[in-house]
Design a protein around this ligand. Structure first.
Ligand code: SF4
Length: 238
């Protein structure tokens, strides 16, 4: 066999071996992801994060080839980061944390205006944004309502913070958590997601930001449970 034929054969064998290895890694990632998402058990989190970060596109294609919804890969990424970052996030005081909400949560009748730092909510109560802001800001959080990812970059450049909570659809949330890894990100998925008048589980966001512990502490100090407004109802649009 000629030298160049041997070289081609070697390269071919190398590629087959590499593809085989990647498939094995993806199978491991999928099994660990299933255990995490379905059983709520986290095994080898660093390996899962590595697979979701480095093999994001092949992982999505692989999951799709198996006939599964490729959003599963994003959900695995979000879940694993939520769990890995939880204790570090909770240690950061609210004054050093921000909340980033998507503008698609707004009611169709929202009258808030768009400013340089995002949407300026007037707390009309017709969507989840006003409710979350009203509870989070007295705790010390800064809340931003963003119309797109370019605003997230601006927020990161213009603000000093150590922790972040994001609400978004699965792809945006996973990729933003990936990009903001050093801020111990916590994420809550929109449900259902979409582009207009989306929804989020408000109590899940409040639980993530530690609102219920804060409220209980306030109640103890005030010694008057009536003094705290616990209404999470969104006003119906007319
Ligand atoms: S609560 Fe929602 S709908 Fe009302 S002003 Fe704020 S963002 Fe707009």
């Amino acid at each position: 066999m000629l030298l160049h034929e041997q070289a081609f054969q070697l390269i071919g064998e190398g590629i087959v071996l590499l593809v085989f290895l990647i498939v094995i890694i993806l199978i491991i990632g999928l099994i660990l992801g299933f255990i995490l998402v379905r059983r709520n058990k986290m095994l080898f989190p660093s390996l899962i994060i590595f697979i979701v970060n480095v093999l994001y596109s092949p992982f999505k294609s692989f999951v799709g080839l198996l006939g599964l919804d490729d959003a599963l890969v994003d959900n695995i990424g979000i879940e694993v980061r939520n769990k890995v970052n939880k204790s570090k996030f909770d240690e950061i005081p609210p004054e050093d944390k921000i909340i980033v909400l998507p503008h698609c949560l707004r009611s169709a009748q929202c009258e808030a205006s768009l400013k340089e730092t995002g949407i300026k909510c007037t707390y009309c109560g017709k969507c989840a944004i006003g409710i979350i802001k009203e509870k989070a800001e007295p705790m010390g959080y800064k809340v931003f309502i963003v119309p797109g990812s370019s605003f997230v970059k601006k927020i990161v450049q213009q603000n000093k913070f150590k922790g972040v909570v994001g609400v978004a659809c699965h792809v945006d949330l996973n990729q933003t958590m990936m990009a903001l890894e050093k801020f111990s990100p916590q994420g809550v998925l929109l449900s259902p997601s979409g582009c207009f008048e989306t929804k989020v589980d408000v109590s899940k966001v409040l639980e993530t930001i530690g609102y219920y512990e804060f409220r209980d502490e306030q109640k103890k100090q005030l010694n008057d449970s009536e003094a705290i407004d616990d209404d999470l109802e969104i006003k119906p649009s007319k």
